[in-house]
Design a protein around this ligand. Structure first.
Ligand code: AMP
Ligand code: ZN
Length: 510
């Protein structure tokens, strides 16, 4: 199949083929684990997931790595020279406040002064959110989800190599800087030029530290700092690494290659983060290319503005799923579909209307899945992805720079089409769902194997108990409790059953 993707590096839609036939090596910038991820962050992560699942459904083997940033990401990251405060420090301070105010349950983080504990807490939260939303890479933790703090010596080796090769120097302030003048292609990804990146340029270049840097855009690789919340010994003094060096190091180490096939991230990472990654990686290897394709997801917006922690206009994944954000619990499959259903290179708005539409699609697909599964006795026909007209059409849409809305309209047309053979259609649904992962998330809601439904099982038993004693008002109260938790409740002579609801629209996005 002819696969074509837009490459930020060339500003063109290009044909994609992995360097090693049949095997794709792909790296995605993951979360900074200083807070719960918001749904905007997950738009970026799920875009990478959609891409990965599409490549796999097209018959390619994909090694996908997504890192965990647990050190070195400063609040002032645009300055790229260590100004600001480490986000882990901010997290520790906020956790302490949240513990005091009861926002974080007692005992969740025994010692918020320990940055490793703080990072672990938010990393586990990210892994949980990822599992909820079908982010496949989290099932490959820890091998494919490396932590920056586990790669400090590899980062130091890379920094030494950059110094040896004349790409880095120790400034009079003791900080190791990358010398952008040593890498004439600096700016190729973002469209910047070295001349344009002078002091203060559009607020993107820090105006402090200029006397020690050779070029205003030189960025930090290692900062000696005895007082830093996390520090390691190094040839340049005890301190911590810059944010960019971790991704250069971990991508090449974990994927075991000098040249990646695809590198992804949100649009805000193009400059300086990815620009600096290219300079570091090519500087250390001497290669012309670091990643052959660079793919970036545009932002998720709320009322036309970027959803961000800084602006405070964000909803965490857990608040959306639990209903705290919108007034009604949202099924994980609905949130997943909502975050992947619009083209990754267009901004997408997080709205009640969008969630409602996604809920309807999820319901249609799930009801069909249940019918087909029961009709064929859970024995799907095996489908040849390259041959079956529906699956082929679906994958062809995605092969065109991930045209997901066209792919979803193929799904809708197929759902509406009459006269399906159950075993074949169930096979088709599973093939489509390898990419969509909607059925994957709804089918796991059965009462027996969903551990989250323990509370639902308990409430159902209490309802049955109340019904037996004809205490219908208690039964009604318990029923409402289940509904508020996001369940649909059905009582019959055989007893009460609850199932996570799919289609109830959220009340409002505040
Ligand atoms: P962070 O945890 O801040 O390092 O960000 C993790 C990822 O989320 C990065 O790839 C960002 O580009 C991405 N991101 C942050 N805000 C948004 C947003 N509103 N929409 C889409 N992606 C975002
Ligand atoms: Zn990164």
């Amino acid at each position: 199949m002819d696969i074509r993707f837009y490459n930020t590096l060339t500003n063109e839609v290009e044909q994609f083929e992995p360097l090693e036939p049949g095997r794709v090596k792909m790296y995605s910038c993951g979360p900074t684990v200083y807070d719960f991820a918001h749904v905007g962050n997950f738009r970026s992560f799920l875009f990478a997931d959609l891409l990965r699942r599409f490549l796999e459904a097209s018959g390619l083997e994909v090694s996908h790595v997504m890192n965990i940033t647990d050190v070195g990401h400063m609040t002032d990251d645009v300055a790229a020279d260590g100004r600001g405060e480490d986000k882990m420090q901010v997290a520790a301070r906020r956790l302490k406040e949240d513990k005091k105010s009861g926002k974080v349950e007692d005992g969740a983080v025994a010692n918020p002064d320990d940055p490793y504990e703080v990072a672990e807490y938010f990393m586990q939260a990210f892994l949980d959110d990822g599992r909820d939303l079908g982010l496949k890479v989290v099932s490959e933790y820890p091998e494919r989800v490396p932590k920056a703090t586990h790669f400090i010596s590899e980062m130091q080796q890379m920094i030494s190599k950059l110094i040896e090769r004349g790409h880095a120097y120790v400034g009079s302030d003791g900080v190791v800087y990358y010398s952008v003048d040593s890498f004439p292609k600096y700016g190729q990804l973002s469209g910047n030029t070295l001349d344009g990146l002078q002091v203060g340029a559009g607020g993107r270049i820090d105006i402090s530290n200029q006397s020690v840097k050779r070029h205003p855009a030189d960025f930090m690789l290692w900062k000696p700092d005895q007082k830093h919340i996390m520090k390691w010994d190094s040839p340049w003094g005890a301190g911590y690494p810059g944010w960019h060096i971790e991704c250069s190091t971990m991508s090449m180490q974990v994927l075991d290659t000098d040249v990646l096939d695809i590198h992804t991230g949100g649009e805000d990472l193009i400059f300086p983060h990815h620009e600096c990654e290219i300079a570091q990686s090519c500087g250390a290897t001497g290669n012309e290319l670091f990643s052959r394709f660079w793919m970036h997801a545009r932002f998720l917006l709320v009322e036309g503005e970027k959803m961000s922690k800084r602006k405070g206009n964000f909803f965490t994944v857990r608040d959306v799923l639990s209903g705290k954000a919108t007034g009604t619990p949202v099924h994980p499959a609905v949130l997943r579909l909502e975050l992947i259903k619009s083209h990754y290179r267009a901004h997408s708005n997080f709205t009640t209307k969008g969630l409602t539409e996604s809920a309807n699609t999820v319901r249609r697909l799930t009801e069909l899945g249940e019918r087909l599964r029961d009709a064929c006795g859970d024995v799907p026909k095996e489908i040849d992805h390259t041959d079956h007209p529906v699956v082929k059409k679906f994958l062809h849409a995605l092969a065109n720079d991930l045209n997901v809305s066209e792919a979803i309209s193929v799904v809708h047309a197929w759902i509406s089409s009459p006269g399906k053979d159950a075993a074949e259609a169930y096979g088709v649904l599973l093939a489509l769902d390898q990419v969509l992962a909607v059925w994957e998330l709804t089918a796991r809601d059965s009462m027996t194997d969903d551990p989250e439904s323990e509370i639902a099982i308990k409430l159902c038993a209490l309802i049955d108990e109340a019904r037996r004693t004809r205490d219908f008002s208690t039964a009604d109260t318990l029923r409402q409790e289940l509904i508020d938790l996001g369940y649909e409740v059905r009582s019959s002579a055989d007893g009460t059953l609850a199932k996570k609801t799919l289609a109830r629209p959220p009340k409002a996005i505040p």
